[in-house]
Design a protein around this ligand. Structure first.
Ligand code: GCW
Length: 678
């Protein structure tokens, strides 16, 4: 029975014409001589894949012959240099798949400038075989537009996962470094297949222990497994580690003993992980220690760590997710206020990592105003793949459209057309140190991500990190074909569900630009009434500001003026409720309940209509899935359906609780036709 473990790497027997075509082109593999572990991983994948797809493993040959798959770099096979393939434009990680002649033989060429490129090309070739591409005509070239494509695991050292909904951490810390679970290889394969080349193993709410020798050894064992797949290991560090480990008296970044400690620590790590990627840091955020405890800036903190890893080629990812309970300023403004003045003061090997929106991974947020506002600093995008605020692993919400919406947003800086994607891929400022990070949704669940559809978010993240200009619909199509069915009609039906899913969630949880209405702590269900929490900016009432007269957070100059942090053109558009997209209406405006919406309805009636639409949308997902009963294998069909039924129920819960609460505040009657219980 299909249990989802193989993710999108399912090598089931091909049928009919495609089997014949693949067989004709895949009897023999010619790989680089004296292959590296990476080239061997590529060969092993072809072996595994073809054994499944056509029922027999390919033969490994030295000599090129007709019909072979030839894996080659200019170094391993100088003959390809003469083919006019423009390999240089592929860079270090790109690849090319082409039906061509090499030394007079018609072959399928997988070419790249490095063995990792060959591995990426191999995965792409296997996917092409599965989706019906004619190998006799194949002609594909692809190179990543972003250099560092990273997963961030929020995995704790006790194997719990902060905001993880897919079981325990797959890192079996207790058995590491001695036991290298076979699952680590499958993890690496899945990631390499979508181009992910870095992984931060532990939670940003980090523990000092991670910096001790036994834990470094565990990380090193994982790094050994991942290395052949082109994946580097990084660690989250706790700012106060040297002090907590009682090796320094302070954690002040300007203290010489502290600086020395970090230098020595970096050297110790690089001794056992020679290609160690570097550090990720959450400092002075949500109670974490940081340089500000010593009245030093984020830049001073980041630069201290940067100095420690620089001699080894390491990097520092410094998170801009900061807000303080002692700050009266609108939470949405605080990161910009703190970081923009630091632009240009970070060391060369520091990347500032910014969440997609200014609050916190909500179902919808406008893009973070830092994008475009720090031209002298490399900025990484941080997306959340795990669905902390979108129904965990239970609710179906394909995040592709959400990421795309943010990446395609125009920052207006320094000019029109300067999209977030262009900040991230470095094309705007000529930045080469480019990165995209995704907070992983991976755990020990058989499905890896806790549900079949959540694997799509992992897959999509990798693909968008490779190319932030890609279309989330195209990516959904590839995923659905590789995961469920290559039958065109079925694929399209699944894609349609995926593309509708996130908007349905927005409607039943946080319509019209409302945000952070989730209940405390877990963030799963509705809690718009919560108003008594110790920290005001954690209360949903802080965000919706609903009362008898109206609703919404005023971020115009009359209110918090968060608008001033955006480029003038962008701010102008959002300054007037009439020109603000309804997606962000109550994000930027506090409006009376009788405000006239473009639909002709009052704001109050529109709000209720959106909640109703969300419930209908969830029901529609379930109905669409029911129609696919005969094309999806029984176990996966049933498991998805069970979750969709929960989603339908919980969409009603969200609507009914939210509507009841807002009604108690507004005192307004329910519009006609609204089906919620009294
Ligand atoms: O999304 C919020 C979460 C915290 C998380 C924090 C962060 C790791 O609720 O659990 O902590 O953001 O991103 O640092």
């Amino acid at each position: 029975e299909e249990d989802g473990y193989e993710l999108w790497l399912r090598y089931r027997a091909l049928e009919g014409a495609q089997r014949t075509r693949v067989l004709a082109h895949a009897k023999v593999i010619v790989a680089p001589a004296g292959p590296s572990l990476t080239a061997l991983a590529a060969v092993a994948e072809l072996h595994r894949g073809l054994s499944g797809l056509v029922g027999r493993p390919p033969e490994l040959a030295r000599e090129i012959r007709k019909g072979a798959i030839v894996l080659a770099t200019p170094a391993s096979l100088p003959a390809i240099a003469k083919l006019d393939l423009d390999l240089a434009s592929l860079g270090q990680e790109g690849y090319l798949l082409r039906a061509t002649k090499v030394r007079g033989h018609a072959v399928t060429l997988v070419a790249a400038n490095s063995d990792v490129g060959l591995l990426y090309g191999t995965f792409a070739l296997l996917a092409a075989m599965r989706t019906g591409v004619d190998l006799a005509k194949i002609d594909v070239r692809s190179a990543p537009k972003v250099a560092l494509r990273m997963l961030n695991h929020w995995d704790n050292l006790d194997r719990t996962i902060e905001r993880g909904y897919a079981g325990e951490s797959i890192w079996e810390w207790h058995h590491l470094p001695d036991v290298k679970d076979a699952r680590y290889v499958d993890y690496a394969r899945a990631n390499a297949s979508i181009g992910i080349n870095g992984t931060v193993l532990n939670n940003v709410n980090s523990k000092a222990e991670m910096m001790t020798a036994p834990w470094i050894a565990k990380a090193a064992a994982l790094a050994d497994v991942f290395r052949p797949y082109g994946i580097r290991v990084y660690l989250s560090v706790r700012w106060s580690a040297p002090m907590e480990l009682k090796q320094t008296a302070t954690a002040d970044p300007l203290d010489p003993a502290v600086r020395k400690w970090w230098k020595d620590k970096a050297a110790e790590i690089y001794k056992v992980i020679p290609d160690f990627g570097g550090f990720l840091v959450k400092a002075n955020s949500e109670g974490q220690p940081g340089p500000q405890d010593y009245k030093r800036s984020h830049a001073e903190g980041a630069n201290l760590l940067a100095e420690a890893v620089a001699p080894h080629g390491g990097l520092v990812f410094w998170r801009a997710f900061v807000y303080s309970q002692f700050d009266e300023e609108d939470r949405a403004k605080q990161a910009y206020t703190e970081f923009v003045p630091l632009d240009g003061t970070f060391a060369k090997n520091v990347i500032v990592q910014v969440k997609n929106g200014p609050i916190d991974f909500q179902p919808r947020e406008p893009f973070h105003p830092l994008f475009g506002a720090m031209p002298k600093t490399p900025l990484a995008m941080e997306f959340q793949i795990t669905k902390e605020y979108l129904g965990f692993a239970t609710h179906l919400a394909y995040l592709g459209p959400m990421y795309e919406e943010v990446l395609q947003a125009d920052t207006g800086r320094p000019r029109k057309g300067s999209t977030v994607a262009k900040v991230i891929d470095g094309s705007l400022d000529g930045n080469k140190l480019t990165a995209m990070a995704g907070v992983a949704n991976i755990g020990s669940s058989r499905t890896w991500s806790g549900s079949h559809f959540d694997a799509a978010n992992w897959y999509m993240f990798g693909r968008l990190a490779w190319d932030p200009h890609a279309s989330s619909r195209d990516i959904a199509r590839d995923w659905a074909a590789l995961t469920f069915s290559t039958d065109r009609k079925s694929t399209e039906a699944i894609v349609e569900m995926m593309m509708r899913s996130r908007e349905a969630v927005v409607d039943y949880m946080n319509p019209l630009g409302l945000h952070h209405l989730m209940d405390t702590g877990h963030h799963y269900g509705p809690g718009p009434w919560v108003s008594e929490l110790r920290r005001p900016e954690w209360n949903p009432t802080y965000y919706h500001q609903a009362d008898r007269k109206g609703i919404g957070f005023d971020r115009t100059p009359k209110g918090s003026n968060a608008l001033e942090q955006y480029a003038p053109d962008v701010a102008r558009q959002w300054a007037d409720p009439k020109t603000t997209s309804d997606q962000f209406l109550l994000w930027f405006h506090h409006l009376p309940w009788d405000f006239r919406m473009p639909s002709g309805r009052s704001l109050w009636d529109e709000l209720i209509a959106r909640y109703d639409r969300g419930v209908a949308g969830a029901g529609d997902l379930r109905k669409r899935w029911d129609r696919l009963k005969n094309v999806i294998d029984p176990r996966r069909h049933r498991e998805v359906r069970e979750f969709l039924l929960i989603q339908e129920q919980e969409a009603k819960w969200w609507r009914d609780a939210s509507v009841a609460y807002f009604r108690s505040v507004s005192g307004l009657p329910l519009p006609k036709g609204h089906a919620a219980p009294p």
